[in-house]
Design a protein around this ligand. Structure first.
Ligand code: FES
Ligand code: MG
Length: 593
């Protein structure tokens, strides 16, 4: 069948009018068995952006699943080519996987732009793989469809659910309190990882895979299917089938990931209790499409949305329970029923509207996926905090525990504000070295501050703002202290920290001038965090610090760390590389030379 639209790949393989160049482009693709007839057939060439590898165990199952994706591509009349993506593994990559999000993005942009690719399947999963691939699809803007590897099965430990990450925070407290030893710690951690797939809590992976579906970039129902389930392989096949038609229809990411789609995603993120990393990633994807999103948009659109998914860390269950209860479609259907989805008419990869696809999706377990009148909390979104220490930072209030609320937020005079002295740590090494030192004098009234943990300072931004109290306080039953910082926290953390502060200490932010014992006032009513020292003293401290050469951070340890630090923007700008977001729609403009 002849294709009415001229494909990018024809400019490599078919119509150069120059036998020498055509031969050069063609010959090496023949050497493993592709035939001349296939390559010159005018069939769409579909990339499978492969994020699975032995270095990336969360996404490794994509290596198997890609076989079914290939089957789907061939069945629909396309030709599959698998494209390796720079590995990103959340828990294994040092100093942080976040450093590599932009590196994988850059690599995939070059692969999609510089080779004969007409459309692409984005194999997503582990935290940063999802935004990296969606960012690349946004920049190149050739037809693209995301395909999730799926979460692990439920983990179990001594008859209780053991969730990724969440079990670590639990074990960390037990260990500090002397209730378990090192072997017991490892046993709890391993129990949370019973199968292939990504984290089985609503951490950054489940969040971003869910939001990729809400953005319209995945087939409906795809995000929440556990990795080992048969439906996962079937979804791989359908995804392969669909991308070929998307190329024929010339349906591109910019038509799907519109501002309306991002607004839908912000609402759903609240309802699922999504990760505090989501604002950074969605802001970044939007930037590469020329759409400006801010932390204020997150509060404005998302704060008043109730929490419906009873999934750890904000709730009790895990991803497999969530899927069996109806998964993401059941959550979206309930939000649609309540009129809370702002743009039901947003387009999806299917060519159909978001609202049309999900309306009426059934809920099979009303405790795991709540109806709006039985929501777990009425305000599940993020607050946008400002003040004299930073321009913007976010706080996830859905994870505030009753204990935290009782201690900090329920005195009669000022129900949503508290004050206290700060203890300041310069990066995670400093925290680990000093936190248990009783001479610091940290008490139940203290506020812990982490700085030097932002995009430039760390670099990449460390997930370390959710700091545990000193073990002597844990033994007295104090399980959490308020935490503030310019780094991030794991999406699996249930800590009500103030995070992602921008600008960070290493980029001129005032966290750099804080001193141990300074008093802070945190007011959730006005969304202000204020350092309670006179403005003149703030200016003085600032001037002294500048005269000393500014806030110091450890040296870069690799070429990419140094390049990244030179070019990176703040979390509030999505941590995108300065200048990269000027390049838009490049797959539809001039072909590469
Ligand atoms: Fe990879 Fe959580 S560590 S998904
Ligand atoms: Mg993480």
């Amino acid at each position: 069948m002849t294709d009415p639209r001229k494909l990018r790949s024809t400019s490599w393989f078919n119509d150069l009018g120059d036998p020498e160049m055509t031969a050069l482009y063609l010959e090496r693709y023949l050497n493993y068995g592709l035939t001349l007839q296939e390559l010159r057939s005018g069939k769409p060439i579909i990339g499978i952006a492969q994020t699975g590898s032995d270095l990336s165990p969360c996404n490794r199952h994509h290596i198997e699943l890609a076989r079914r994706t290939r089957d789907g591509i061939i069945a629909s009349g396309g030709i599959p080519l698998e494209i390796p993506v720079h590995p990103i593994q959340e828990t294994g990559k040092r100093p942080t996987a976040m450093l590599d999000r932009n590196l994988a993005y850059l690599g995939l942009v070059e692969s999609l732009y510089g080779y004969p690719i007409d459309g692409v399947v984005l194999t997503i999963g582990c935290d940063k793989t999802t935004p990296a691939l969606l960012m690349a699809a946004a920049t190149v803007n050739i037809p693209a469809i995301a395909f999730s590897v799926g979460p692990m099965l439920n983990g179990w430990h001594k008859g209780e659910r053991a969730g990724s990450g969440a079990v670590i925070w639990k074990a960390r407290e037990k260990y500090a309190a002397g209730e378990i030893d090192g072997a017991g710690f490892l046993e709890m951690a391993a129990a949370s990882a019973p199968s292939v797939g990504y984290c089985n809590t609503m951490g950054t992976a489940s969040t971003m895979n869910s939001l990729a579906e809400v953005l319209g970039m995945q087939l409906p129902g795809s995000a929440s299917i556990p990795a080992p389930y048969r439906e996962r392989g079937q979804m791989a096949y359908y995804t392969g089938c669909r991308i070929v038609d998307m190329v024929r229809e010339d349906l591109r990411p910019s038509q799907i990931m519109t501002r309306a789609a991002f607004e839908n995603a912000i609402v759903v993120n609240s309802a699922i209790g999504g990760s505090t990393n989501a604002p950074i990633h969605l802001v970044a994807i939007a930037r590469h499409l020329g759409i400006k999103l801010t932390n204020q948009d997150w509060e404005y659109l998302g704060y008043d949305v109730p929490l419906l998914a009873n999934v750890q860390p904000a709730g009790a269950y895990l991803s497999e329970d969530f899927h069996l209860a109806g998964g993401l479609p059941a959550v979206v259907a309930e939000l649609l029923r309540g009129g809370l989805i702002p743009h039901p008419g947003a387009l999806t990869v299917t060519g159909e509207t978001f609202g049309g696809l999900y309306a009426g999706a059934p809920c099979e377990n009303a405790d795991v996926i709540r109806s709006l009148d039985k929501a777990l909390t009425p305000h599940a979104g993020f607050l946008n905090m400002t003040g004299n220490l930073f321009d913007t930072a976010i706080m996830k209030t859905s994870v505030i525990t009753p204990d935290f609320r009782a201690r900090y937020l329920s005195n009669d005079t000022d129900p949503m504000a508290f004050e206290g002295p700060v203890f300041v740590f310069d990066g995670p090494e400093d925290f680990h070295r000093r936190i248990d030192d009783p001479s610091l004098g940290i008490t139940a009234d203290s506020i812990l501050v982490m700085r030097g943990a932002g995009p430039r300072g760390y670099p990449g931004g460390a997930e370390v703002v959710n700091m545990r109290p000193p073990s002597y306080l844990i033994k007295q039953g104090i399980r959490g202290l308020p935490c503030i910082g310019d780094g991030r926290q794991s999406g699996t953390s249930g800590s009500a920290s103030i995070l992602n502060a921008s600008p960070e200490a290493a980029a001129g932010g005032n966290l750099a001038i804080l001193r141990d014992g300074d008093r802070l006032r945190v007011d959730l009513n006005t969304r202000k965090v204020r350092l309670l020292v006179p403005e003149a003293e703030i200016a003085d401290r600032r001037a002294t610090l500048e005269a000393e050469g500014g806030y110091r951070v450890p040296e870069s340890q690799s070429p990419w760390q140094a390049i990244f630090r030179d070019r990176v923007r703040q979390f509030s700008d999505g941590m995108v590389l300065d200048g990269a977001d000027k390049f838009r729609d490049i797959g539809n403009k001039a072909l590469p030379r």
